[in-house]
Design a protein around this ligand. Structure first.
Ligand code: TYD
Ligand code: MG
Length: 468
């Protein structure tokens, strides 16, 4: 008689093999195979609870309205697209210690009086949860906490309490008897998530799952986890600074462009409604290699500082690092500068950084990146009150930016007296007391720098005269 079959599964990508392998042939991960019992026939857990679905004429269907409840945390609502959708499953992902549990406890504090919430923690004891809640100054009336990792016990308590919101902290600690492998393995994560989702969809409760992030920054466990949930909310920014940026990587009920900005304080995460001020705080004056850029995150313009450091290299092939900017975008812009302006970066190391843990994808930041690079190479500071926007093409031309008006308003609100943008886009725009400067291409950006250098030289000359 044959015993149960064994299969080896890669914990990184879900690849299955009949034999143990040291290296995964699919994703290349080392030592990632775990032994699991192979289930011949798979029925989705909870499938029996849902009646078989009948095909329905699409036209006759009523347009559903998502029932949203505000989480009471403004920035979190913004990322979710307006609030927590009833009957949805959300994955909150991020590095350890970034503030996932803190944010969810704050959510409990805001929602726990009006809604029944069940908070299942497989990581912290009840006492630890209580201590955190006290520190955050929250004491929700209808919050229930459970210290459990066994899925069946969680579902039992879920039935008893029948909460409107179920929080699982974290999915990697859960264990289901339906799968034989260890907690945190692909099979367990998949099994537990699908069981939980199937269960909450029946009652129309909301599910919030905390997911850990692996070394590479991806969500630990299989990619399927991301496919199973309705929204994936990811924490960005580094733990060493107090800024936390929360972004929707996927959202079936809203846009994925919006970001939420928080600051970690002594009593939890605080919403930052004017991120530009926070990101520009402590910006150095009169130093080369720094330029302000205005990017659009969803509907909100945000001003961030881009820094570049260009130094002679001691290596045969120069070093280039980019933090917060796409590495390939930086290399492309370097190539454009070399080709169109004849400035040589090939003998220089280049380090780029966006201050405050922001990640910039908006091509409108190109001109600020280029200005920061040239400014550092020539050691000429970009004027402190200048902000540049515009996408740069391969020919060195400046392309229009989207929602220019909004960006101009934000820049002039923050007191930038010179706003450089594509020439075409200046027409008919007002910027309060700020001056709008049109640029056709990368050449004009250099001209701006040269002008500022001349001004500086003049003022030092004047100083010298007065000193004499
Ligand atoms: P936590 O929410 O436990 O992180 P995660 O669940 O993502 O692993 O956050 C822990 C960090 O946040 C910890 O380093 C301490 C810090 N913290 C504060 O600075 N202020 C606070 O009020 C709280 C509760 C935590
Ligand atoms: Mg935690």
């Amino acid at each position: 008689m044959k015993g149960p079959k064994t299969v080896y599964t890669c914990t990184e990508c879900d690849y299955q093999s009949p034999k143990w392998l040291g290296k995964c042939p699919s994703c290349g991960a080392w030592n990632s195979f775990t032994e699991e019992t192979y289930a011949e026939k798979r029925t989705a857990p909870g499938a029996s609870a849902v009646a078989a679905d009948k095909a329905e004429p699409f036209r006759d269907m009523a347009v559903p309205e998502y029932m949203r409840s505000s989480t009471g945390i403004e920035e979190f609502d913004r990322v979710l697209g307006g609030g927590l959708v009833v009957g949805s499953a959300i994955l909150v992902a991020g590095e350890p210690g970034i503030g996932k549990s803190t944010l969810l406890m704050q959510l409990c504090g805001k929602m726990g009086d009006g809604h029944t919430i069940m908070y299942v923690s497989g990581e912290e004891s009840r006492a630890q949860l209580k201590m955190r809640a006290t520190r955050l100054g929250v004491d929700p009336e209808k919050l229930f906490v459970q210290n459990e990792v066994f899925l069946d016990s969680i579902l039992k308590e879920y039935e008893r309490i029948s909460p409107e919101i179920l929080i699982i902290d974290s999915i990697q600690t859960l264990y289901s008897s339906a799968a034989a492998s260890a907690p945190g393995s692909v099979t367990q994560v998949r099994e537990c998530t699908s069981a939980l989702i199937a269960r909450i969809k029946v009652d129309g409760a909301s599910l919030i799952i905390v997911g850990h992030v692996n070394k590479e920054g991806g969500i630990a466990g299989p990619k399927v986890l991301e496919h199973m949930v309705d929204a994936v909310i990811s924490f960005e920014g580094d733990r060493s600074s107090s800024n936390r940026i929360v972004r929707a990587v996927k959202n079936r009920f809203g846009s994925t462009n919006e970001i939420g900005v928080f600051e970690m304080t002594g009593h939890g995460l605080e919403c930052v409604s004017n991120p530009s001020e926070m990101l520009l705080e402590g910006r150095p004056e009169g130093v080369s290699g720094s330029c302000a850029a205005c990017i659009l995150e969803g509907t909100r313009p945000i001003i961030a500082e881009i820094q570049a450091l260009v130094t002679p290299t001691v290596f045969p092939s120069p070093r280039r690092t980019a933090d917060g900017i796409d590495y390939n975008r930086m290399c492309l812009l370097l190539a454009v500068i070399e080709k169109r302006l004849g400035l040589r970066f090939s003998t220089c190391d280049v380090y780029m950084n966006v201050v405050g843990g922001m990640r910039i994808d908006d091509p409108a930041a190109d001109s600020a990146i280029v200005l920061a690079l040239i400014s550092s190479l020539k050691d000429v500071p970009v004027p402190h009150d200048l902000i540049a926007m515009g996408e740069i093409g391969l020919a060195g031309e400046l392309r229009s930016v989207a929602s220019a008006e909004q960006r101009i308003n934000e820049a002039s609100r923050l007191g930038f007296s010179t706003i450089a943008l594509p020439k075409k886009q200046i027409k008919g725009k007002k910027a309060g007391s700020s001056e709008l400067v049109g640029m056709n291409g990368i050449y004009d950006a250099v001209a701006l720098l040269a002008k500022s250098q001349k001004k500086k030289e003049k003022s030092t000359e004047r100083q010298d005269v007065t000193n004499e």
